[in-house]
Design a protein around this ligand. Sequence first.
Ligand SMILES: [Zn+2]
Length: 76
Amino acid sequence: MFFLFGLTTREHLQSTRSASCRYCGMFAQQQVIQRRTKISVFFIPLLTVKKTCMQVCTNCGATSRISGLEERALAH
Ligand SMILES: [Zn+2]
């Protein structure tokens, strides 16, 4: 008997908002992306082991990590 373990990372677009970018300074669409890393057994994702949120500027492509608290504040 053997088990096949693996890690899968998925990215989900949570929301898009207009804000000024802290890198390029332009007022552009900012995408809030949630990245989830899951442990999978036989290619079936079971447990979420890591959850990170990122904000991506659509103008310059700069990516910045945001905390879960910030993400919740942006969602409303
Ligand atoms: Zn930018």
